[in-house]
Write a protein that binds this ligand. Structure first.
Ligand SMILES: NC(=O)c1ccc[n+]([C@@H]2O[C@H](COP(=O)([O-])OP(=O)(O)OC[C@H]3O[C@@H](n4cnc5c(N)ncnc54)[C@H](O)[C@@H]3O)[C@@H](O)[C@H]2O)c1
Length: 283
């Protein structure tokens, strides 16, 4: 980081990565997008092949284009790597990023339900920032950490936003039945650890609440599959010694990925601008 802003690299270039890239284009005096890490660039052993490629939002020929980088170059050049890929990517690359002194902003907070990974990321010397992602109120929950007795999260999503290739068979059948019946029904009830196991990329909000509260075990998660849900709804109830709090958040799904709320990319851009020094700062 210098007086002229920060240099960032995007780890993951799907719905969120492309939206973040597009939005940061309006702030290039404060935040420069140096490039993108994608699956191929992380796997390809030939750096020349990687730097010869460029990518941009919405396919070839439209939007700002940037180089596809290898991990070593990204870590060396960036002040901040913006993760918007998957929990697997956080596990695979996060410790190398913060370990080399580069900061990391994580969207896939479900990965941090693993305490050992969390400790590795937070050992630094790079800082690990957690995105507020698809919800708000995390400042209040963070401020109340140590006084909270219980948090309930009721999430209502389209069945298609819950289905993913690794889903256990019983859950897949239950969600598919709901989709076919056309009637909303509960499909999951459990802890953050259970939710992250069954829906690793779909319920980052549950991990965000537990991380903010300082104890993942305080959070009870219910998921309702709703074929009529035009919006993803999170109802959050916090009970504590200092007070009781309720948040209701309704997000339009991102048109590029119904499993992601359009708010998530905006939250990441807002966080990056804050790291670049742009106020107003609510702290
Ligand atoms: N915190 C939140 O509230 C919140 C909300 C929505 C999504 N998320 C997280 O953000 C992630 C990205 O969401 P999206 O809608 O952009 O998904 P997406 O599927 O549209 O795009 C993901 C991109 O990351 C890449 N990727 C995935 N795993 C990778 C790996 N191991 N190494 C390198 N690249 C990899 C994919 O190839 C793809 O380009 C989700 O997986 C989820 O974990 C968090």
């Amino acid at each position: 980081m210098d007086d002229m802003g920060i240099d960032v690299v995007l780890l993951g270039y799907g719905a969120i990565g492309q939206a973040v890239h597009r939005m940061l284009g309006a702030h290039d005096g404060e935040v420069r997008v140096l490039g993108v890490l994608d699956r191929a660039s992380l796997a390809d052993p030939d750096p020349a092949a990687r730097t010869a490629r460029t990518t941009g939002p919405d396919g070839p020929g439209s939007g700002p284009r940037v180089p596809v980088l290898d991990l070593a170059t990204a870590i060396e050049r960036a002040d901040l790597v913006i993760e918007c890929a998957s929990p697997v990517a956080v596990r695979a690359h996060g410790p190398a990023i913060t370990g080399a002194g580069t900061d990391l902003l994580v969207a896939s907070l479900g990965a941090l339900a693993d305490g050992r990974l969390r400790a590795a990321l937070e050992a630094g010397p790079g800082r690990c920032h957690y995105s507020t992602g698809a919800i708000g109120g995390l400042d209040l929950i963070r401020a109340s950490a140590g006084t909270i007795n219980a948090i309930e999260l009721h999430t209502r999503k389209l069945p298609a936003a819950l289905l993913h290739p690794g889903l256990p068979g019983t859950l897949r059948s239950a969600i598919t039945r709901v989709a076919e019946s056309g009637t909303a029904a509960p499909v999951f009830s459990g802890s953050v650890a259970d939710a992250v196991r069954d829906f690793p990329s779909n319920i980052n909000v549950a991990a965000a609440l537990g991380l903010a509260a300082g104890d993942l075990d305080l959070v009870a998660v219910d998921i309702i599959a709703d074929p009529a849900a035009a919006m993803t709804r999170h109802e959050i109830t916090v009970r504590g010694d200092g007070g009781n709090y309720r948040f209701g958040i309704e997000n339009f799904p991102d048109p590029a990925n119904p499993a992601t709320s359009a708010l998530t990319a905006r939250s990441m851009v807002s966080g990056v601008l804050r790291l670049a020094g742009r106020g107003p700062h609510f702290i």
